[in-house]
Design a protein around this ligand. Structure first.
Ligand code: AMP
Length: 312
């Protein structure tokens, strides 16, 4: 697409073990950067910055490459790949982390290949905030920086996270993390507190309940989730949302409010596919056309015609 810009993502490439009330998957491909890249690649080229161990199989690398993901920033180090184990409760909106093994992540220095330093669009996916900071320091003149995080980093590396937040344009986090960051249960009050931590706009993801954008100038935009009959595994929904969201923005090379709102709808739709399977099963078979069809359904479902609504 004319004007389309590449996106640089730094995050985790992982082996996930997941238990849901209905099924289990062991050591499947996961990680924040994986889901993000596999979603964003539908819209624009992606440069992946991450680390894996020598146990990472070449068929996964091939899958990334076949999907147009640039791997010059993917380090293969001695040791084991990052591993994460999680379990979902009955309603799939509540998740517990059972195990996190950082493994090779502990030796990662997040050095960007020189040709990545001029990246215009950058996603700091969920990873240690000190690595997110290191990436920020190497960028020449980014146009848009979005960032995600997770409870582990909010608990253990809050000062670094706060430094990151001073330097980004859009912060995307889950409702649970927003509550944890502020000790505030009400989502609007939590958003107001978080907005004080920088100059960014904030998107709070609400799992099966959709997502809400809050801007520094008090604009609010809320969308519901696409109603699904079969949710197989919510893991990676947030990263897939971010991938669809940023992929769309970079493909339009625009960050005005209207494009951001449209991008949220794309993120929402891409995430709805991601949760229909384990790992990147669904994302890897997605096409723009499939996304467009579900997006049309979604627009029909959510379309309120102001003239037809009679307010007493
Ligand atoms: P999400 O469901 O969007 O929050 O993303 C889940 C993905 O994040 C999984 O594939 C995990 O491998 C990865 N992950 C879990 N914990 C962490 C962590 N502490 N830092 C970075 N990535 C993580």
């Amino acid at each position: 697409m004319k004007g389309s810009q590449p996106i640089l993502v730094i995050g985790t490439v992982a082996f996930d073990s997941i238990k849901t009330p209905l099924a289990e998957a062991n050591e499947v491909l996961g990680g924040s950067a994986t889901f993000f890249a596999m979603a964003a690649r539908l819209f624009t080229p992606v440069q992946l910055v991450a680390i894996v161990g020598k146990d990472f199989p070449s068929h996964h690398l091939k899958m990334f490459e076949e999907n147009g993901i640039d791997l010059q920033g993917l380090v293969r180090a001695e040791g084991s790949t990052f591993r994460w184990k999680g379990e979902y409760e009955e309603n799939m909106n509540v998740r517990r982390t059972l195990e996190t093994h950082l493994n090779v992540l502990e030796q990662f220095d997040a050095k960007l290949p020189p040709q990545y330093q001029s990246a215009p669009y950058v996603f700091l996916a969920n990873i240690n905030p000190d690595l997110q900071l290191r990436v920020l320091e190497q960028l020449e003149h980014p146009k848009l920086i979005c960032c995600d995080t997770m409870n582990l980093w909010i608990i253990h590396q809050l000062p670094d996270l706060e430094k990151v937040l001073k330097r980004i344009d859009i912060f995307i986090i889950s409702e649970e993390e927003a509550q944890m960051l502020t000790n505030e249960h009400n989502i609007v009050r939590a958003a107001r507190e978080i907005l004080k931590l920088g100059k960014f706009s904030l998107i709070i993801k609400r799992g099966g309940y959709g997502a809400i954008l809050f801007t520094q100038s008090n604009q609010v935009f809320a969308i519901p989730a696409y109603p699904l009959e079969n949710v197989v595994d919510p893991t990676g929904a947030g990263d897939s949302f971010a991938g669809g969201f940023m992929g769309y923005l970079a493909s339009r090379d625009s960050v005005d409010l209207e494009t951001v709102q449209r991008a949220m709808i794309y993120g929402n739709i891409v995430a709805s596919f991601s949760v229909e399977g384990f790992s990147v099963e669904r994302l890897s078979s997605l096409t723009r056309e499939i996304v467009r069809n579900r997006l049309s359904d979604f627009l029909m479902m959510t379309h309120l015609v102001p003239a037809a609504v009679h307010v007493e």
